[in-house]
Design a protein around this ligand. Structure first.
Ligand code: MG
Ligand code: MG
Length: 259
């Protein structure tokens, strides 16, 4: 977990949390809107363009666009694609699943969230994959309370997924979020309970389990971005930005109540 090991985890003050709430809300609205567009025949580029329009209309910026050279507003990852798929003219077909990852920056603060959506009817095992992945995210969020240790969050996700026999991706992690898309700490989706630093009120964390129907192993395609499962079986990805508060976890990218 070396990448951010030497970096302090920033604690957001009340004003910063307010801006994080706005950024998170814009991301949540965008995902709700894009999810409604998902149907057979729609192209990934059409989803991306709709997302960018919405984010800019709310006075925010698409965080991913230009991030390390990423060319688009959304990451759109279809079926065996795990994360970081680049929107293209590919049209969705009945039975696909699509992971939509979205970031928005408002007044310098970032919201980051992802959902995986079925296109029409998908198989029972894929439906289960989506349910279990989202369920594991909620378990991780519930562990985001001051005093818990970081890997209590990781372990809550792992414990929920593993009985189902699905593969938890190891190469990619959750992360702190705030003035930058990726801040300390890294948050693996597996780990030993009772280890890691203690969570503090004011931490903002993006939890994002990536769960594969088959093997946990992944590879990156030659475009340098798209991560796919080694066995090319489907993968799901759900993510929320969450604030750790003395009153418990606050989901900054909550979609509940949005239409
Ligand atoms: Mg994301
Ligand atoms: Mg993220």
């Amino acid at each position: 977990m070396g990448r951010y090991a030497m970096e302090l985890v920033s604690r957001k003050n009340a004003r910063e949390l307010e801006l994080m709430r706005v950024a998170g809300r814009i991301v949540a609205e965008t995902l709700v809107m894009v999810q409604k567009l998902v149907k057979p025949g729609v192209t990934l580029l059409e989803l991306d363009q709709a997302a960018e329009r919405h984010i800019r209309s709310r006075g925010a910026l698409p965080t991913f666009k230009g991030y390390r050279g990423f060319p688009a507003t959304l990451c759109t990852s279809v079926n065996e694609q795990v994360v970081h798929g680049i929107p293209s003219k590919r049209a969705l077909v009945e039975g696909d699943i699509i992971s939509i990852d979205c970031g928005a920056t408002f007044e310098g603060y970032v919201g980051d969230s992802a959902i995986t959506v079925p296109v029409g009817t998908v198989s029972p095992e894929v439906t289960r994959l989506l349910e279990v992945t989202e369920g594991s995210l909620l378990q991780g969020i519930a562990a985001c309370v001051p005093g818990n240790r970081l890997h209590d969050v990781s372990n809550a996700i792992q414990r929920y997924v593993e009985p189902h026999g699905f593969g938890i991706v190891r190469e990619y992690c959750g992360h702190g979020v705030g003035r930058r898309l990726h801040e300390a700490p890294q948050i693996p989706n597996f780990g030993e309970a009772g280890t890691g630093p203690r969570l503090k009120a004011g931490w903002c964390l993006a939890l994002e389990p990536m769960v594969n129907l088959g093997t946990h192993e992944v590879v990156t395609l030659s475009d340098g971005w798209t991560v796919v499962t080694l066995d090319r079986r489907p993968s799901a990805h759900f993510e929320h930005s969450v604030a750790v508060t003395d009153d418990g976890p606050e989901i900054l990218t909550d979609r509940r109540g949005l239409v």
